[in-house]
Design a protein around this ligand. Structure first.
Ligand code: PLP
Length: 397
């Protein structure tokens, strides 16, 4: 296999020292932060931790720049539509707690969702909210759409789908899913945890009402950074459940609140900031724009092309390996940098552990199907893939 990157892959890899120690194929869990981004990250931590409130304005300004950078990245109409969260799960949890559904309503999602989606909605059902129902997805987008059509009922209020399945790496036809839902007056939430940073993600083109995502996977930004995008017209219908200073408008005024705070004339912030309150990890967000900019400078098209070429080459090689079953579609348009495969005679759990312990190949296991998932990222090279293929060859039988 030859290098296909249109940027200097060796220089890119030199900025990721862990690659000298391990074969890192797990950006789908957490990305590696490039050294120039890390410098900014550490400087921002030091600045705020050393300066405290003296450096508040700088920390808050950096936090707002992260909101702007994310809004622009996903093509939100305005930064006010973006809430900054700790992770992709937070975004789902905010909606599961804050959308007023009843037990007569249904939230429909897929059989391949992450617990980040399943658990908040399952807990909401237990609390007396909407019933959570699942429909199967398929590598074939037409089959996924047919399954969606069969599963939609007059009770469906919200459809939640991953942009890219964290299990099989299948890319879902999210624009068409959202279009069908919109026609029926059903809200849509797209989980962008496995797509944002891999290829262009545009909430206008997708047409979703909500999108959740994070900065710590494919954007390779600071861990513990995430976002929830809410289309402007839907913000007011999502009631914050966790609330405090910063989340209300007009902002806290002890005199105005008087001795009956509940009766005073305040409301939740009209923007997505209604979900942000109290002292926050402002400085943790500071390097997120740098992480986005780092990839943008390599070129988003070049990054996508590299992930596409590398993952497609790997899939072709895996397909030829006796005993290997590929669970990810071959076509880039229906897949992503995630590649999931099984190896005869191994459970996903055992194979994953063996690749980690015996070969220093960092990946993750998949439970259903029992398999291993590897991530081809902007820095993955042919040596990485060859080490994986050689290990699989050695583990045959
Ligand atoms: C599709 C998907 N959604 C959500 C998550 C959870 O992301 P976070 O850890 O940012 O909450 C993951 C993490 O692996 C994921 O793959």
């Amino acid at each position: 296999m030859v290098s296909t990157a249109s940027y200097d892959l060796n220089a890119v890899r030199a900025a990721l020292p862990a690659l000298g120690e391990v074969t890192y194929l797990n950006t789908g869990t957490v990305g590696l932060m490039a050294e120039p981004v890390l410098e900014r990250h550490l400087a921002a931590q030091a600045d705020y931790e050393r300066g405290g409130h003296y450096r508040q304005a700088a920390a808050t300004a950096a936090y707002e720049r992260a909101r702007e950078a994310l809004a622009s990245l996903i093509n939100a109409r305005e930064p006010d539509e973006v809430a900054l969260t700790r992770n992709a799960t937070d975004g789902v949890a905010i909606l599961a707690a804050g959308l007023a559904f009843t037990p007569d309503d249904v939230v429909l999602t897929t059989t391949e969702e992450h617990p980040a989606v399943l658990l908040p909605w399952a807990a909401a059902e237990r609390r007396g909210g909407a019933r959570l129902r699942l429909f199967p997805i398929s590598p074939d987008p037409e089959q996924t759409l047919a399954a969606l059509d069969r599963a939609l009922t007059p009770e469906t209020r919200l459809v939640v789908v991953s942009h890219v399945s964290c299990e099989t790496g299948v890319r879902l036809p999210v624009s068409e899913i959202c279009r069908r839902c919109r026609e029926r007056g059903i809200l849509t939430l797209v989980d962008g945890a496995q797509s944002v940073g891999q290829f262009p993600v545009d909430v206008q083109a997708i047409g979703c009402d909500f999108m959740t995502g994070n900065g710590h996977k494919w954007l390779c930004g600071p861990k513990g950074t995430g976002f929830l995008y809410l289309r402007r017209e839907h913000i007011a219908r999502v009631q914050p459940v966790l609330i405090g200073d910063g989340a209300v408008s007009p902002s806290f005024d002890r005199i105005a609140l008087g001795d009956r705070p509940a009766a005073a004339g305040w409301d939740f912030e009209p923007t997505a900031r209604r979900f942000e309150y109290g002292t926050r990890n402002w400085h943790t967000f500071a390097a997120l724009p740098n992480a986005i900019d780092y990839l943008a400078r390599l070129g988003w098209e070049a990054v996508e092309r590299h992930c596409a070429t590398t993952s497609c080459l790997l899939k072709e090689e895996l397909r030829r390996l006796p005993g290997v079953t590929l669970h990810t579609p071959l076509a880039w348009e229906q897949s992503s940098g995630l590649v999931t495969f099984a190896h005869a005679g191994w459970t996903g759990e055992d194979l994953s552990r063996r690749l980690w312990d015996g070969y220093a190949i960092i990946q993750r296991r998949v439970q259903v199907p029992s398999a291993v998932r590897v991530s081809c990222a902007y820095f993955t090279n042919s040596d990485d893939l060859e080490r994986l293929l050689a290990a699989l060859h050695a583990l045959r039988g």
